[in-house]
Ligand binder design. Structure first.
Ligand SMILES: Cc1cc2nc3c(=O)[nH]c(=O)nc-3n(C[C@H](O)[C@H](O)[C@H](O)COP(=O)(O)OP(=O)(O)OC[C@H]3O[C@@H](n4cnc5c(N)ncnc54)[C@H](O)[C@@H]3O)c2cc1C
Length: 416
């Protein structure tokens, strides 16, 4: 055998699996198809700007992040917790009352907090705020839309805030995702201040790599796996490797191709990154559009942010970085549509804003419809395990947890 365990894929799931296996004293070889590690958490460096491959944030409230990531070393730069809305009356701010107590009067004046809707929201979300497991293990799950309707969350808070915000977080414009997953993600926003590492989001997987004894072999695409009597043979485009076990921590579609497990449908997001010398003064809030008659975003942009206001390391001194994110898939938005949205959202011309790059990520998140099964079985063969966000929750947290879970299972088998 070349090693104890081969891990296929150097995304968050594969890297956490490798780290746990090494900690358990096992030999590990990570094979990564791309030249760089990180999978869906990658950062481009262009002209002094840090441009994540699709805007995403790291939430310190995620259990896996709390337990396994050195946030201090990442130099987190935080967004304000809440949202700003562009609506017919101007700009409204909805800030987390405990994190931004000075903004409580502004939040109350926003007109979005009717006692009836707030009470309904508290009843719906309350159990998940008290305990993570109540939501994730609930047997009764339904779609987000059905759950919000049933809970009576049907006013402006839903139409102008929750629907648009969650469409961006879940990459789902129809509310068909598991309501339990949505509640888990809202819980993480209630307890954490999301932010960005000083070195860009890719600093997160890089931190995991830096702690490995053996660096991943990059540029090695795995083309097939076959089980032998006492282990597995893994074929790559540059030869074969043998091990006692394999963790297939590729993206969900790749896992389907290599192991035959059913691959979920993937949902896409597109992020436009603009540079400008003069940025709108929004503070560190993410901004949503709520100008459609009847509520919600009038155009394709689900959220926008002056990223460099929250994360100064993302832009060179004297310049600013703005993101705008839309769904990908159902008739992709054009730059002209995105600029029109941004002009409305920020009430300013974008004529001087230069598009640096547009990131289209068709396979951003696996679809997770109800009922949410957040601890899906991982052993798909005598010596083959599957890990990744599609085996847990579609998130950074889920990817890390699934990698760790597969590694613990294998180490238990080897020790038995
Ligand atoms: C635009 C965008 C926004 C997001 N926003 C957030 C957010 O705000 N918060 C959050 O929690 N999550 C967010 N996510 C989701 C999060 O990034 C993912 O859930 C997580 O990174 C998935 O990690 P993974 O290890 O499961 O898979 P991946 O990151 O997909 O890693 C799989 C790895 O396997 C490699 N691979 C595939 N096939 C092979 C092969 N045959 N041989 C060798 N290697 C192979 C790939 O190259 C890749 O490196 C977002 C994702 C995107 C794309």
């Amino acid at each position: 055998m070349d090693t104890d365990v081969i891990v296929i894929g150097a995304g968050l799931a594969g890297l956490q699996a490798a780290r746990r296996l090494e900690e358990e004293g096992l030999g590990v070889l990570v094979l990564e198809r791309e030249q760089e590690i990180g999978g869906r958490v990658r950062t481009d460096h262009i002209d002094g700007f840090l441009l994540d491959r699709g805007f995403q944030v790291l939430n310190p409230a995620y259990r896996a992040v709390r337990d396994w990531v050195d946030l201090k070393a990442l130099g987190m730069q935080h967004f304000d917790v809440g949202v700003q809305l562009r609506d017919d009356t101007g700009i409204s701010t909805l800030a987390h009352p405990l994190r931004h107590p000075r903004l409580i009067p502004q939040t109350l004046r926003s007109g979005y907090l009717s006692p009836v809707e707030l009470f309904a929201l508290a009843r719906w979300l309350g159990p998940t705020l008290v305990s993570e497991s109540i939501s994730s293990r609930a047997t009764r799950d339904t779609t987000l839309t059905a759950a919000l309707d049933r809970a009576g969350i049907t006013g402006p808070l839903r139409r102008n805030v929750l629907d648009t915000f969650l469409a961006g977080v879940l990459a789902d414009g129809h509310g068909t995702t598991s309501a339990n997953l949505a509640r888990l993600l809202l819980r993480s926003f209630a307890y954490g201040s999301p932010g960005l590492p000083r070195g860009g989001m890719q600093a997160l997987p890089q931190q995991l790599v830096d702690r490995l004894q053996r660096a991943p072999l990059t540029g090695h695409a795995v083309t097939g796996i076959s089980e032998t009597g006492e282990g597995v043979t893994v074929d790559t485009d540059a030869g074969s490797f043998t091990a006692r076990y394999v963790v297939v921590a590729t993206d969900p579609v790749g896992a389907g191709e290599l192991t035959g497990v059913e691959a979920p449908r993937m949902k896409g997001l597109a992020t436009w990154w603009f540079r400008t010398d003069e940025a709108p003064d929004t503070g560190k809030f993410i901004r949503l559009d709520a100008t459609r008659p009847g509520g919600g975003a009038a155009g394709p942009v689900l959220h926008a942010a002056v990223v460099s206001a929250a994360a100064p390391s993302y832009a060179p001194a004297g310049q600013h970085l703005i993101e705008a994110t839309a769904l990908l898939g159902e008739g992709s938005a054009t730059e002209a549509e995105v600029r029109a949205d941004l002009e409305r959202i920020y009430a300013t011309s974008t004529g001087d804003w230069e598009l640096i790059i547009r990131h289209d990520v068709p396979h951003s998140l696996p679809e997770q419809r109800p009922p949410l099964v957040d601890r899906q079985s991982q052993r798909v063969g005598e010596h083959i395990f599957v890990a990744g966000d599609h085996r847990d929750t579609a998130s950074i947290n889920g990817a890390l947890i699934s990698g760790d879970r597969a590694a613990r299972a294998i180490s238990g088998l080897i020790r038995a």
